[in-house]
Design a protein. Structure first.
Length: 168
């Protein structure tokens, strides 16, 4: 059984590990190899410890009674207000071995509840254009809302946003 709960300070290590594992699995061949090779669970864990300690964003984890923390997500105020969405899902990652089991759906639903509790009525999420999870966001009711190309890690990276006009 998997439960979704607010992340605690002691989850930073698991979140950092999941962040690295999912990026290496999902973005191999999409992002420059050196970016993925240079990622470390320790560095990511430290960054997530700061996020959790700040209390600024909502962070939730998916915890399996057999495998521990297997996924996480975070959300808060939209960073690109010009697009007309109030809230934003910043991250949503599930370990590859646990994908396709409904955990992403549970996490996204909980993040939407957090945004609604903060008074946000709409939300978006940015994903890499080549991320194969785009179908998931469409299945969850998201619509293509915007696209952009950013210069990250010395490479042009195409991104697209999926938006939900109503978080109901």
């Amino acid at each position: 059984m998997t439960v979704i709960r607010p992340a605690r300070d002691e989850d930073a290590s698991a979140i950092g590990r999941i962040h690295v594992e999912t990026w290496r699995d999902t973005y191999a061949g999409i992002l420059p190899d050196r970016v993925l090779v240079e990622m470390s669970s320790g560095m990511e864990s430290s960054q997530w410890a700061r996020v959790l300690g700040s209390g600024r964003d909502h962070v939730v984890v998916a915890e399996s009674d057999r495998a521990g923390v297997v996924g996480f997500g975070s959300c808060g105020k939209a960073r690109a207000g010009a697009l007309g969405f109030e809230g934003e899902v910043y991250t949503l990652y599930v370990l590859p071995d646990h994908q396709g089991q409904g955990i992403g759906r549970l996490l996204l639903t909980e993040l939407f509840k957090k945004l609604q509790a903060d008074g946000y009525r709409s939300a978006l999420i940015w994903v890499l254009q080549e991320n194969p999870a785009g179908f998931f966001y469409e299945a969850m009711g998201g619509r293509p809302a915007a696209s952009r190309t950013e210069r990250l890690w010395g490479a042009d990276v195409a991104e697209r946003a999926y938006g939900w006009d109503a978080l109901t």
